[in-house]
Design a protein around this ligand. Structure first.
Ligand SMILES: [Fe+2]
Length: 196
């Protein structure tokens, strides 16, 4: 098939997950050499992720495993040629992280269950501070694309956990990224942040 499912550590058995297979296959079909930096692709993947999440049932293996293991994050799938990665996260109630971007690459965030708030910031180079430009509020099946250079953070606004999905257009481990301290936020202070 060329989709590389056989190369995935198979703890979550994505090969048996029809909704997930359709999601990855649709992305594989549209992917072009510059897609990891292309904003149109980001928005299309956001739509596809929403369709995937809305057609995923609670008894699906990765949903059950994520809840059972409370994993802070693991790759459900990495494409062997294109390099995009589907990351799945369990975010505990009231969890926050610090503002950051993804360098020249885009990312899609989604929520399967629970709630997440994602502030998006404007950076003022003169004062070296951030101002909250908008706050995206995501619930089950909601997704948003964050484009190259978009500064954002995530937080769970409830005591209940959230299952948060991140589609990375490339492996970010070698990508220079901007990271900011909470004290740089001139509005909307975030308490007890942790770096992720
Ligand atoms: Fe991010």
């Amino acid at each position: 098939m060329g989709l590389g499912f056989q190369e995935v550590k198979n703890v979550n058995k994505p090969a048996n997950d029809i909704a997930f297979r359709q999601y990855i296959s649709a992305i594989n079909d549209l992917w072009q050499p510059q897609s990891a930096k292309d904003t149109d692709t980001a928005h299309r993947v956001s739509e596809l992720m929403s369709e995937w999440l809305r057609s995923t049932t609670p008894d699906t293996a990765w949903v059950r495993n994520l809840k059972a293991e409370k994993s802070s994050g693991f790759p459900l799938y990495t494409h062997p040629d294109h390099g995009f990665i589907q990351m799945n996260h369990y975010h505990a109630g009231y969890r926050t992280n610090t503002p950051h971007d993804h360098g020249p690459y885009w990312v899609v965030y989604g929520v399967y269950e629970g709630e997440a708030e994602i502030p998006v910031y404007a950076y003022d180079a003169t004062s070296n501070t951030l101002r909250v430009d908008r706050i995206d509020r995501l619930k089950g099946g909601d997704t948003v694309a964050y484009l190259p250079g978009d500064i954002h953070s995530t937080r769970v606004p409830t005591p209940e956990p959230a299952l948060v999905l991140r589609f990375l257009s490339t492996d970010l481990s070698q990508v220079p990224r901007r990271r900011f301290k909470p004290e740089q936020i001139s509005e909307d202070p975030v308490s007890s942040p942790e770096r992720t």
